[in-house]
Design a protein around this ligand. Sequence first.
Ligand code: HEC
Ligand code: HEC
Ligand code: HEC
Ligand code: HEC
Ligand code: HEC
Length: 180
Amino acid sequence: MRLSPGLKKKYILPLVIIVIVVVLVVIAAVFFFTSKGQASAQQPINFPHEAMVAVGVQCLYCHSDATRSPSAGMPSVQKCMGCHQTIGTNQAPIIQLTNYWKNNQPVPWVRVYVLPRFVYFSHEVHINSGVNCETCHGDVAHMKDPITKPVETLDMGWCLSCHEKQPNASQLMECNVCHQ
Ligand code: HEC
Ligand code: HEC
Ligand code: HEC
Ligand code: HEC
Ligand code: HEC
């Protein structure tokens, strides 16, 4: 079938517009659904810090290395099961947790805050000089979803912006404090 040049002109513009609109809608839909799904998909269990902290479990009960070593540490399945053998046993995330425990597997939590290997950082020093968890990790006690993205970027400028305000700033700004 051949269209006359006049007809072609008449149809081509609406057609192009329709195609563009359809493509944009598809892209928007894909973007919407994938970004919505990510929040919980990134951690193996839907773990709400808020629920745990609300019942009085302290940060340091679970991240107990923070005051005595460079890393804060992650709780073992065993530690969770100390309570969850009896608490919430019929709830979906607790059933998942119990399955890891029965299979003798650690929960494969995805690390969120990670510095490059050439940077030295220590929780112990910061906690023992009175810097709060919240200063660097935000209001974790009120987070309803598992932590999947960092609150602070952890770039060098961020570290230095606090170090420069400390009484011993001249020492803390030395390159070899963080690059050993
Ligand atoms: C000191 C006891 C204790 C420890 C240890 C503990 N929990 Fe909990 N957890 C609780 C209590 C109490 C609740 C609130 C139960 C409720 O409201 O039904 C809870 C709630 C939860 C919930 C929310 C359940 C829901 O859907 O409402 C999840 C998920 C959870 N805990 C996972 C964990 C994981 C994972 C660990 C280990 C990293 C852990 N808990 C360690 C006591 C504990
Ligand atoms: C019941 C145990 C438990 C308690 C209490 C707890 N956490 Fe956690 N924390 C976890 C688990 C399990 C994860 C991994 C899942 C996630 O990322 O949400 C985690 C993840 C984190 C992370 C991200 C770690 C990473 O991957 O880089 C930070 C930061 C953190 N917790 C800080 C805190 C702070 C601050 C508190 C106190 C307000 C606290 N946590 C209390 C169990 C706990
Ligand atoms: C001065 C900032 C700062 C403070 C204060 C701080 N953190 Fe962190 N946290 C970090 C940085 C930076 C990392 C990444 C460390 C790395 O990759 O070596 C991290 C990593 C973590 C992790 C991941 C696992 C690990 O062992 O590294 C957890 C869990 C965590 N912090 C919990 C806490 C808790 C709980 C507190 C309070 C008791 C706290 N942090 C206080 C900066 C901080
Ligand atoms: C909110 C403030 C704050 C932030 C943010 C911060 N620091 Fe610090 N940092 C401190 C304080 C306070 C000290 C202890 C000062 C002292 O020696 O009295 C310290 C000390 C240190 C030390 C010295 C350790 C030692 O053995 O003496 C290192 C290393 C360090 N910080 C690395 C970092 C890195 C890396 C970052 C960024 C990822 C960072 N800090 C972010 C406040 C901060
Ligand atoms: C308080 C801690 C701290 C001090 C002090 C510090 N740095 Fe860094 N530096 C970091 C962190 C954290 C990173 C990684 C994050 C980033 O790239 O911003 C980094 C990254 C770097 C990088 C790699 C940048 C890149 O884009 O990959 C270079 C180069 C560097 N630092 C040089 C220096 C020099 C030179 C000094 C001294 C004048 C210094 N740093 C002092 C924390 C520090």
